[in-house]
Design a protein around this ligand. Structure first.
Ligand code: FAD
Length: 397
């Protein structure tokens, strides 16, 4: 999927497209009945990932000419929501992968596209996006990983990265690195790194609060020799603009993912409120519980409306940075709130691991912290507001 191919029809479509409906049915039939078992199981859920590959989901954003589905943006976002509503781990297997695929599809040389896109599309190589370092997260200009150019045009890569989703199991890494310069700056570029390359090492898998099935890893590059053809697009100094151009779509996808989790939490809470009795009636009859349910539903509807607005802006104007940040900010904060409210509705059962709310509550915060923290989203929104001539130009009137 490329940005210019997104039509107004795609974003405005109220009907669920066939592919989104297919994913919804797959999740209902194959995933929902076994979520508890999937969560309890140790090890990597290879069968789920294989099933996702069978549906073509690893090729969602890859052109058909390279074996992908090339879905409209609205479908991509809707699929993330369906997967997240079914089992929140599922979109996590896809988020970074799709960013890697989009980077290569948009900026790769023809040789890079021909070599990697078919393998990414069928899921035989899953992608990891490798930006963050121990001392550089939001401020990526401070990265220290170095790609030293050699006289023959090749590079030698050295450095350390952290928090890398799919870092352990990915078959393809896109790594942000700088060429060293006397002033400590030097051009920042993206490099395609195959994990089989000597000197590539996964130094640690990081334990974390949620998403236990999705690995988050520390990586080290120790004199990793890369051919000249590893430089994404063959041009140096483009790394940060290339990464930044991914964020808008990534934020819309993350908003959809968060909404899927919020939707699931709300439907669990609603059903529980109807089933659970206290003081002689279902707790849904108590106004205090009704207020929780009403707040949750209203917030969910508002987050969905804002995401729809962001998709419409994207379709109409090509870029929607402010609305994408708004949609990500509001949907992810809403999901934090809704999972917490759902926990209150379930009482003690909201806190125990055998009920899914405990998991959704633990997993919701990651979306506040990634794809740009929500503090950074506010900065983007404010910057766009200040830059624009007036509210009309922002589409706020
Ligand atoms: C589970 C998980 C998976 C991840 N997956 C990946 C991945 O696949 N690839 C990858 O490269 N990275 C990944 N990350 C890293 C993630 O993108 C970073 O954690 C995030 O960008 C924030 O960076 P930081 O943690 O260094 O925090 P910092 O940048 O140090 O920020 C700390 C705090 O300061 C605030 N802050 C920083 N700058 C400003 C500012 N200018 N104005 C206002 N507030 C500011 C932040 O909002 C935050 O509250 C992952 C992280 C986690 C936890």
């Amino acid at each position: 999927m490329s940005d210019h191919e997104i039509s107004a029809h795609d974003a405005a479509a109220d009907e669920v497209s066939a592919i989104v409906e297919g994913v919804r049915q797959f999740v209902r039939r194959e995933i929902a009945p076994r979520v508890a078992r999937l969560e309890e199981a140790d090890g990597f859920p290879q069968d789920v990932v294989d099933a996702m590959a069978g549906l073509g989901l690893f090729g969602m954003v890859i052109p058909e000419s390279h074996g992908g589905l090339d879905l409209p943006l609205a479908d991509y976002v809707a699929i993330m929501e369906e997967l997240a509503a079914g089992w929140s781990a599922m979109p996590s297997f896809l988020n970074s992968h799709c960013t890697v695929a989009r980077l290569i599809a948009l900026y790769g040389t023809e040789a890079q596209k021909a070599r990697y896109l078919p393998q990414l599309a069928d899921g035989s190589r899953r992608g990891a996006i490798v930006l963050t370092e121990p001392s550089a997260g939001s401020d990526l200009k401070q990265i220290r990983t170095q790609a030293v150019p050699q006289p023959d045009g090749s590079y030698v890569l050295n450095g350390q990265k952290t928090f890398i989703t799919n870092g352990l199991r990915a078959g393809l890494h896109i790594v942000l690195a700088r060429a060293p310069a006397a002033d400590g700056k030097g051009p920042i570029s993206l490099f395609i790194v195959e994990p089989e390359t000597p000197g590539f090492e996964v130094t640690r898998v990081i334990d974390k609060m949620g998403f236990k099935h999705v690995d988050t890893a520390e990586l080290r590059f120790d004199d990793v020799r890369l051919g000249a053809d590893a430089l994404l697009g063959g041009e140096t100094g483009k790394g940060l603009p290339q990464v930044l151009s991914m964020l808008e779509t990534g934020r819309l996808a993350m908003a959809g993912t968060a909404l899927g989790m919020a939707r699931e939490a709300l439907s669990i809470a609603l059903q529980y409120a109807k089933d659970r009795e206290a003081f002689g009636q279902p707790i849904a009859g108590h106004q205090a519980v009704q207020i929780h349910l009403a707040n949750m539903a209203t917030q969910l509807a508002a987050a969905r409306a804002l995401l729809g607005e962001a998709l419409r802006h994207k379709a109409r104007y090509g870029r929607a940075d402010m609305f994408a940040s708004m949609a990500k900010l509001f949907a992810t904060e809403t999901t934090m709130q809704i999972t917490q409210d759902a926990m209150r509705v379930l009482g003690g059962y909201g806190y125990v691991a055998e009920f899914p709310i405990e998991r959704l509550y633990r997993e919701a915060p990651i979306y506040v912290l990634t794809e740009g923290t929500n503090e950074i989203q506010r900065i983007v929104i404010a910057r766009e507001m200040i830059k624009a001539d007036g509210p009309e130009r922002l589409g706020l009137v």
